[in-house]
Design a protein around this ligand. Structure first.
Ligand code: FAD
Length: 453
């Protein structure tokens, strides 16, 4: 092993890439600006509970890009996962089972039978189309297909979009929605199951990845923000850290959102203005308010409940202790309630309070024991839920490419870069797609890669 690749950022994208490189015998040096790994999936301890950075769930379970990476490097048994499959909708007439397949859709009690048939007419052709075909729908909004449905069926779509995209149907590309449905179709080898780490904390994924990489001589430098990437004659020659120290390297991978990185890390004239403007357009985020509640009682046996309908502020209630009891001390239970909000709310403590109080009232209506069993609450507000763009015209190939003509030895991974899916799935998928490009570069530039002692 002689080659070493510098990776900026120790989130799911950067760490996925480091293990894929390590499997090829290529060492990486990972520079992370914060004091812990996991990026947006990092976790913390609070009053003896393991709290995630907002609710995190692994989509498509064994079909996810993360799981595929674990399998590829032979460590799928190192990450113990709990299935998240006890999911229900809640409407004024009670709980309704979440559909896991076509038969379930026909039994979907929350919408009239006639609407179930209309729903199948939309979903079936999508579920059996090819991934290639979905790319022709990338510019089309999902609502183009759903606009003629009745209010109850549209409310069902909203709940599905909340689960899959943490967003409303009007902001979702039909192409991205279709890829999600295909990957959830069991007749096409897909799964509609979700998963959460059994040991608690979504950053367990990053911890297991890092363990594999470190055993193969990869190094991690925490609290090491990189300030600049030095490019000479269209070739990466090094990076500069926060102590102004120059670190020699001719292969750098940026793993944090590209629309930030290309504005922060490079001299102004490195990239073409039109290209920068195009990438800056990817900077579209969704804002959410999410609240952790610790309870002295178990309110439900389910994993997730979606209150359906615009009159509900809480769009999802996630019973984390039911996914794994390891997140909470004995006798206590952790849930998260969340809702998307306009970005301006995030910096407005009064609005956040209003939303939290409304959520509490609603949860108490569904679970009358909620208030008396509440031990503490911890609200969070995020203006960055998904840097990945799921908007019509901004998904898949419209995202940041993994390499650019203008600079050799420079690569990009992470959820803002070309990849299917959203969130951690897309961060991991981007690394799978980027790997061959890095390997090709290393092969052709081998003599000039700096050997590590
Ligand atoms: C509230 C919330 C809920 C979410 N829910 C889900 C979910 O349920 N399921 C799902 O799959 N996804 C979810 N996501 C999205 C998911 O967290 C992200 O898509 C994913 O973590 C992105 O990974 P990444 O590696 O691309 O980027 P990041 O996680 O952002 O990692 C980039 C890393 O780079 C570091 N960095 C930045 N600048 C520098 C620098 N100059 N030098 C060194 N290091 C630097 C950062 O500190 C960070 O650690 C959610 C996100 C949020 C915020």
């Amino acid at each position: 092993m002689t080659e070493s690749v510098v990776i900026i950022g120790a989130g799911v994208g950067g760490l996925s890439l480091s293990v894929l490189l390590a499997q090829q015998g290529i060492r990486s040096k990972i520079y992370e600006k914060s004091a812990k790994i996991g990026g947006r999936t990092s976790s913390m301890m609070y009053k003896n509970h393991i709290l995630d950075n907002g609710f995190h769930i692994m989509p498509f379970y064994t079909q996810s890009a993360i799981y595929q990476i674990f399998k590829k490097i032979g460590i799928e048994t190192s990450l113990k996962l709990s299935k998240v499959d006890a999911i229900a909708f809640y409407t004024e007439d009670g709980f309704h089972r979440y559909p896991k397949g076509i038969v379930d859709l026909l039994r979907l009690s929350m919408i009239p039978l006639k609407s179930r048939v209309s729903l199948l007419k939309i979903l079936l052709p999508i579920a059996f189309t090819s991934i290639k075909k979905t790319e022709s729908w990338d510019d089309v909004p999902l609502t183009e297909s759903t606009k003629n449905l009745d209010a109850k069926t549209n409310a069902f779509f909203e709940a599905i979009c909340m689960l899959a995209f943490a967003d409303s149907a009007k902001n979702i590309s039909l192409g991205e929605f279709a890829r999600t449905i295909i990957r959830a179709n069991p007749f096409k080898g897909g799964t509609s199951e979700f998963a959460y780490p059994q040991d608690g904390g979504y950053d367990m994924i990053s911890k297991v990845l890092l363990h594999y990489a470190q055993k193969r001589n990869c190094s991690l430098y925490l609290q090491s923000p990189i300030k600049k990437i030095i490019v000479q004659d269209q070739q990466v020659v090094g990076i500069i850290d926060s102590n102004q120290k120059f670190i020699d390297t001719n292969c750098v991978v940026v793993s944090y959102p590209a629309y930030h990185a290309i504005n922060q890390l490079f001299d102004k004239d490195i990239f073409d203005k039109d290209f920068v403007n195009k990438i800056n357009k990817l900077n579209e985020t969704t804002a959410v308010v999410e609240v952790h509640f610790a309870l002295s009682k178990k309110l439900d046996k389910r994993h997730v409940v979606f209150p359906v309908g615009s009159h509900h502020t809480a769009k999802g209630i996630f019973f984390i202790s039911n996914m794994t009891p390891k997140v909470s001390p004995k006798g206590e239970h952790l849930i998260i309630s969340g809702t998307p909000v306009p970005p301006s709310y995030v910096k407005n403590p009064f609005k956040i309070r209003e939303i939290v109080d409304q959520m509490k009232k609603e949860i108490n209506e569904i679970y009358p024991e909620f208030e008396e069993s509440l031990l503490w609450e911890r609200p969070m507000a995020w203006s960055l839920v998904e840097s990945v763009v799921k908007k019509p015209g901004m998904v898949w190939k419209s995202k940041m490419p993994h390499s650019v003509e203008a600079v050799k030895g420079l690569f990009f991974v992470g959820d803002s870069t070309i990849s299917y899916g959203i969130g951690t799935d897309s961060a991991a998928h981007s690394s799978i797609l980027c790997l061959p490009k890095i390997l090709k570069y290393i092969k052709t530039t081998k003599p000039v890669i700096t050997p590590l002692s």
